[in-house]
Write a protein that binds this ligand. Sequence first.
Ligand code: BMA
Length: 338
Amino acid sequence: MAAERQRPVKYTNESLFTRHSGNPILTRDHWPYPVNSVFNAGATRLPDGDTLLLCRVEDRRGLSHLCAARSANGFDEWRVDREPTLDANPRDYPEEIWGIEDPRITYVPELEQYAIAYTSFARGGPGVSLALTRDFRSFERYGVIMSPEDKDAALLPRKIGGFWALIHRPMTTLGAHMWISYSPDLHHWGSHKIMLQARRGGWWDANKIGLCSPPIETAMGWLVLYHGVRQTASGSIYRMGLALFALDNPEICLQRGDSWMFGPETPYEHGGDVHDVVFPCGQTIGADGDTIHLYYGAGDSCVALATGSIRELLSWLDANSSVGDGSDIAGRNEDQSI
Ligand code: BMA
């Protein structure tokens, strides 16, 4: 059995992300048409400086579509589109018959477009679909790029070794791990590799993990926020952890935090339609290049905001990661320890 070596946790959750005092920042009460819930929003900054959140909106049939909200400061005074911005189109895309969910937005300088990876939901289960846009008003749909069962996907903003790279989370007989796949044209995907494995046993991120927001490129590597799903007697707890991957080869995990660094603590995170969920799908970075505004779905019912510092996240990883302790930080040794 592989030894599990653990280091003392040096920082608390609270020191890394500060919740916005106005949370939740978006609820169904902000919507110009009747909906059940608004959550799991992709995020980006527009050229005019506005923050755009592309929210997952669940209607009262239980099906989801995507709707944009714009704000000058990213905190309040949101201007919500009067109707769905990107709706399911099951006639042309049957994989969307039960709606579309959980968008992750990546601005791709080479294409001068935003790439939106989202979950399309149909009889076969959830799959990953892709759409490109310049303005969040018209969209070029690529259809399903990862067949079911797969979700939690985001495109990297630039090619790696000449190929586009997508992080995603297929469900396979190996479990629910994060994978990375490559494409020459965004249509055809291959060279699938496991990037980060769910741990096993008693860990907070045992058995099921997935990407949160799109990776953040830093001088130290790709900073990846991921969720871990803990099964308990009263249901699942969705929490967030951190890992760092090599810039030129994101299959190589350089560091992985031992403990989660953000989890449900407030009434709007503990409550809602689904209890005990924090589910970030997007962030924006401040003008200082360091401040991270993390937008997350809370309790599958509303959108909340927490603010942190990339520098502090990286130094937390330095102090709290398993790197160098002899275990495989991508989690493979955890597998063998069962
Ligand atoms: C995941 C996704 C998310 C959701 C979360 C908690 O599997 O479906 O959209 O927020 O479960 O219900």
